[in-house]
Design a protein around this ligand. Structure first.
Ligand code: PLP
Length: 384
């Protein structure tokens, strides 16, 4: 009974208090078995029968994620993209979707191709602009409104309470890609969202060594049942070893996210107005267009992601990235090590991302070291 009074940081650090009833081990084993023997009356001994649907190794991190978000249930998938596409695979032909014009680039690519081929109709609008969102939903026809906040790679923040009101007013549900905010900084269900999606590859695992995704449901409703059937029947599940690593990684989630957020804020403030830069994009800066919403909606920090726009072209930006020595010039985000990436190169010619933009994922290294690394990299560019 006392359990729910504790802070989520306490519960996740303790793996929800799991202990082996036989040995007392406090770290769960890795269950490799794909099948589970039944009892004397052919009954299931626990809820497990076959590994494509349920495996004790991923049930524990699923329970931890549901608890972190305050949701009714969570399902883990084999990647962030497997979890992002799951709700859309569960929709029906003819269903209408509203999605952001700027977001994690893999999803619009899937929606424009496979999504449309399967009979979904999609409108891409700036979903952080409530007038644009309200104009895009079609009452009775729109089934899902998708938002990402803060969104890749410009970190616009969406007012989730308003977005939920607009979605629900049209009879649609609101799904939030909360990968960058993490449940440490924002819990979308508290603002009216219906589904929360995580690329658990990023902050939830936090060590750049697991591919994983999660869908969390506020209620076990009809769409949730279909998402869960989609996973059970097609099998994009998490491997047992990955589930073990994810459980281990999540135990330090609060420490990592708080450290990265503090460091990112210090870096954003330090480089604001730097002569080699035209913009520093970070929701924690007073100048950011969504700073007021971010202050209301994000608790305890503004996240570890920010972007620089350098004075110069794509080539200049790429040169800055490769001149860093601590920030690794690599894709992905949310790990303990800092990364710097030229998104334009990765997203290709049709990308709307400014060509002079560099995306920074701030890790948990010493902040002054990180600032010195970026200063040195920007200097090599300015001195050319
Ligand atoms: C990385 C990412 C994804 C996709 O996750 P994968 O694990 O790479 O498939 C989806 N959304 C956001 C916001 C991401 O950063």
């Amino acid at each position: 009974m006392k359990k729910n009074k504790t802070h989520p940081a306490t519960r996740v650090a303790q793996g929800l208090g799991w202990e082996c009833p036989v040995t007392g081990a406090v770290v769960p084993p890795i269950h490799l078995s794909t099948t589970f023997a039944r009892g004397a009356d052919y009954e299931l001994r626990a809820e497990h029968d076959y590994g494509r649907d349920k495996n004790p190794s991923f049930k524990q991190p699923e329970a931890m994620i549901a608890d972190l978000e305050g949701g009714a249930d969570a399902l883990l998938f084999s990647s962030g993209m497997a979890s992002c596409t799951a709700p859309f695979q569960a929709l029906r032909q003819g269903d209408h979707i509203v999605a952001p014009d700027i977001m994690y680039y893999g999803l619009p690519k899937w929606l424009r191709g496979f999504g449309v081929d399967r009979g979904l109709s999609v409108d891409f609008v700036p979903t952080s602009d409530m007038a644009a969102l309200a104009g895009a939903v079609k009452p009775g026809k729109t089934k899902l409104v998708w938002v990402e906040t803060p969104c890749n790679p410009v970190w616009r923040v969406t007012d989730l309470a308003q977005a939920a009101e607009i979605a629900h007013g049209a009879g649609a549900q609101l799904a939030v890609d909360s990968t960058v905010a993490t449940p440490v900084l924002t819990r979308p269900f508290e603002h009216g969202a219906d589904f929360v999606i995580h690329a658990a590859t990023k902050y939830l695992n936090g060590h750049s060594d697991v591919m994983a995704g999660a869908v969390v449901a506020k209620a076990e409703d009809e769409l949730w049942e279909r998402i869960s059937q989609h996973r059970a029947l097609t099998g994009p599940i998490l491997g047992s070893f990955e589930a073990f690593l994810l459980t281990r990684g999540m135990r330090t989630l609060f420490l990592r996210v708080k450290a990265a957020s503090q460091s990112a804020l210090a870096i954003a403030k330090h480089f604001e107005g730097h002569p080699a830069l035209t913009h520093v994009l970070y929701p924690g800066l007073v100048e950011h267009p969504d700073h007021e919403i971010a202050k209301r909606q994000m608790e305890g920090g503004f996240g570890g992601m920010l972007s620089f726009r350098v004075k110069g072209d794509a080539e200049t930006a790429r040169r800055v990235a490769s001149s860093c020595t601590l920030f690794k010039p690599a894709t992905s985000l949310g790990g303990v090590e800092s990364l710097i990436e030229h998104r334009g190169t990765v997203e290709g010619p049709e990308s709307l991302t400014p060509k002079d933009l560099l995306r920074l994922s701030v890790g948990i290294e010493d902040t002054d070291d990180l600032i010195a690394d970026l200063e040195a990299a920007l200097k090599t560019v300015l001195s050319r």
